[in-house]
Design a protein around this ligand. Sequence first.
Ligand SMILES: C[S@@+](CC[C@H](N)C(=O)[O-])C[C@H]1O[C@@H](n2cnc3c(N)ncnc32)[C@H](O)[C@@H]1O
Length: 311
Amino acid sequence: MAALSEKEAEAYLDARPRYPIDWYKKIAARTLDHKFAWDVGTGNGQAAIGLVEHYENVVATDINEAQLKRAIKHSRISYHHTPTTISEDEMVALVGGENSVDLIVAAQAVHFFDLTTFYNVVKRVLRKEGGLIVVWVYNDIIISPEIDPIMKRLVDSTLPFRTPIMNLAFDGYKTLPFPFEAIGMGSEGKPITLDIPHKLSLKGFIGFLRSWQPAMKAKEKGVELINEDLITKFEEAWGDKNQVKDVFYKAHMIVGKFPEVKFESDQVLSQDSNKGLLLETEVGRNHKRRQPSDEGDSRQSKKQNTSEDEA
Ligand SMILES: C[S@@+](CC[C@H](N)C(=O)[O-])C[C@H]1O[C@@H](n2cnc3c(N)ncnc32)[C@H](O)[C@@H]1O
């Protein structure tokens, strides 16, 4: 993500939605322990502040110092600037060490990362027993029947300027590689879709558009998509300029756990009296023992009181 200027970072703050507190509650109910969470690409700490309600300590990291300066302070959240030069080992140590993190959250952020490096670190720091990684992105904004078609035309006009990173976000993480095992809250190629309600002023909306990455990309190429003509159209469609509107962002989420080790060679023979000899793998036996839906005696499902595919 391009570094934001002080002014852009300020505008960004106005339009960022707070993620529903329900999300943290439901995700936290699925991790085995609640000692430590990592909010990676924390920005101004939107997700960190939600996580700290459920985890004893939160480490929040970002490559952008302008964003971190505005981070929401909390005694149990430690914010760290992590430049791109930081090594994998340094990152692991900073975050808390091998096999130490109960929950890793990348809110509206993973599409910016070098996924190989990030996932390498995740696989080292995520707790193998009961740890979870969750990524989410929001792309479409639903404001009103007057504004939405103008927004759609603007979104379409960004097509020539989109980078592969932006396309990951625009397609709602459907093409995001996600090498973790699904727990029933979205999976690789099949994120779940959720609404984020938010209150938005016209000023916040225009500020958001001006710091919107696809528009900034177009500007770098000499095309001002957020021009005066467009702003006038939005202003007219908004109506009363002082009106704060109830809007929705469409979000897409995937939650995963450490992949189970597949012992392909560890095949054993089991006897079925009617069908003769059947091959059964260790993986198959593990699955029979512990399906997410029949973890009735585990700490995770004791806390869980939601259906599998909601967040
Ligand atoms: C769209 S913002 C999301 C911020 C915050 N998580 C939220 O939900 O509001 C993406 C953030 O990812 C950060 N970021 C981008 N690449 C990063 C990287 N390689 N490591 C850490 N943070 C990164 C950016 O600086 C930015 O603050």
